[in-house]
Design a protein around this ligand. Structure first.
Ligand code: HCA
Ligand code: CU
Length: 470
């Protein structure tokens, strides 16, 4: 199946450009190439790979990515970003990407305070710079920066000017995230009406949490390219998160824009590369996105998952989970025990439920539930399946690297429970939990890939004793 460009719309992922504008995030050349390859494998139609004038390693990574595109290793269209100046455009075009995207602020506030140009002068510059880029033989996108705060009549003039000068696409950027879906519909349909042959991109910032909604509204009013970043990275509150947009699009339109089952993988990859972990409540790919807690919800989901799930978790490569604590009811507790191969009579279940209601634990693991059952029945149970695997991973850090920076990166990884810097032969010890050996191997692999990790040693936990120390 070919994703990303086949359907009605195309995903443009800007993790390597906008995403690297996240405070605290710098991608090495090696990571840039890996992320580009992962995005291409995922089925993303266009990749914005950076602005080559920002730093030499960005430039050389773009060269590498362009050559991988030539060699067929990467399939996505490759876009270099550039300011609207002669020199920058020439640098970007000289790398021969599939497209150069040049941006210029078009709201009065940008014109006055950033560019110090009149509206007319700006039109002149935009026309000239688009023509210049076109003269290098690359496809050109013009980005109307701060378009959402620009005067709409003027914005239409801007789009016309850029299009006439040779830009087949124009990005309507909601640079400070103030669009609402209603306004997006108005802006996009008016532009599309006035300039029907131009391709429109929506670049939506998430300052008020509306980036996904605004991007959907744009698509419903004529946009056919949606800008995203993995995990929603970007300036300030970031832009439309790739994973959330494509899942919402699948729900509403039944179209798979990228390979949805691979979303958790790219999420973890970019968490590692960026050092920024997702909050548990992050939609679709956050830890809790398919975990049910309240007894009523758990009973509903056990009867039929549709009661409390918009889509089956497997569609996006996830699995369903139930969080057990005093909120849980009979159904969920019985379900969890049955999952471990244990069936008990109703009176015993009553007692277990009673005990669970008394616990103060934030989350009961299978072991804790077993422990309660053994206390209630005064019998030892042998669970059949599905005990979590716990392990300690000992890490040696490269000599020239700060242990703390490595520890911080490791702490951001999925499945990592604790990270301690230690003395002795190893520098860091990490506690991890996993559902199965495959997941454990992935975690260990992720740890090994963290920059600065020289070597690792893994010990599986066989049994953990309860202690007095709390
Ligand atoms: C920037 C501005 C930009 C451009 C968007 C685009 C914005 O940081 O260079 O090129 O589509 O939000 O306006 O990200
Ligand atoms: Cu932006």
């Amino acid at each position: 199946m070919h994703y990303g460009t086949g359907g009605e719309i195309t995903i443009l992922d800007s993790t390597l450009r906008e995403g690297e504008q996240t405070p605290g995030v710098i991608f090495s050349e090696e990571w840039r190439v890996r992320i580009a390859k992962a995005l291409s494998d995922l089925g993303v139609g266009m990749i914005e790979v950076g602005d080559p004038t920002v730093a030499p390693d960005i430039k050389s990574a773009i060269k590498k990515i362009v050559s991988m595109k030539r060699g067929g290793e990467i399939e996505s269209h490759i876009i270099a970003h550039s300011r609207s100046t002669r020199q920058d455009i020439e640098t970007a075009a000289s790398l021969e990407p599939d497209r150069v995207a040049i941006f210029y602020g078009v709201s009065d506030v940008h014109l006055k305070h950033k560019h110090r140009k009149s509206r007319e002068e700006a039109l002149q510059i935009i026309g000239e710079m688009v023509s210049l880029a076109r003269s290098h033989g690359v496809a050109v996108r013009f980005t109307a920066e701060d378009a959402s705060r620009a005067d709409l009549t003027y914005l239409i003039q801007v789009v016309k000017t850029a299009h006439q000068a040779g830009a087949d696409r124009v990005s309507i950027a909601d640079t400070v995230g103030i669009f609402t879906p209603k306004r997006v519909r108005e802006v996009f349909s008016k532009i599309k009406n006035a300039v029907p042959t131009v391709g429109l991109d929506i670049h939506a910032h998430n300052d008020f949490g509306m980036a996904v909604a605004n991007s959907l509204a744009a698509v419903e009013s004529g946009a056919d390219v949606v800008h995203t970043t993995v995990n929603g990275l970007g300036e300030r509150a970031g832009i439309t998160p790739l994973q959330v947009f494509v899942a919402a699009y699948y729900y509403h339109y039944g179209v798979e824009l990228v390979n949805l089952r691979e979303l958790p993988k790219i999420t973890a990859l970019v968490e590692t590369a960026s050092g920024i972990p997702l909050m548990p409540t992050f939609p679709v790919v956050g830890e809790n996105a398919f975990t049910h807690k309240a007894g009523v919800h758990q009973a509903g989901v056990i009867a039929n998952p549709e009661t409390y799930e918009p889509i089956p978790p497997e569609v996006v490569g996830r699995s369903r989970d139930f969080s057990l604590d005093k909120y849980s009811g009979r159904k969920a507790i019985m379900h969890r025990l049955e999952h471990m191969g244990i069936t008990i009579p109703p009176q015993v279940l009553d007692k277990v439920v009673e005990e669970v209601k008394k616990t103060v634990a934030r989350r009961l693991r299978d072991e804790d539930l077993l422990d309660i059952l053994e206390r209630v029945t005064k019998t030892a149970f042998k669970p059949k399946v599905n005990r979590h695997i716990e392990a300690y991973v000992w890490v040696k850090v490269d000599n020239n690297v700060y242990t703390t920076s490595v520890a911080r990166r490791v702490a951001a990884l999925r499945n990592v429970v604790s990270v301690s810097e230690i003395t002795g032969e190893y520098d860091i010890v990490i506690k991890v939990v996993a559902q199965n050996t495959e997941e454990l191997n992935n975690v260990i692999e992720n740890i090994r890939e963290v920059r600065g990790v020289a070597s690792t040693l893994t010990s599986l936990v066989l049994k953990e004793m309860p202690t007095q120390y709390k």
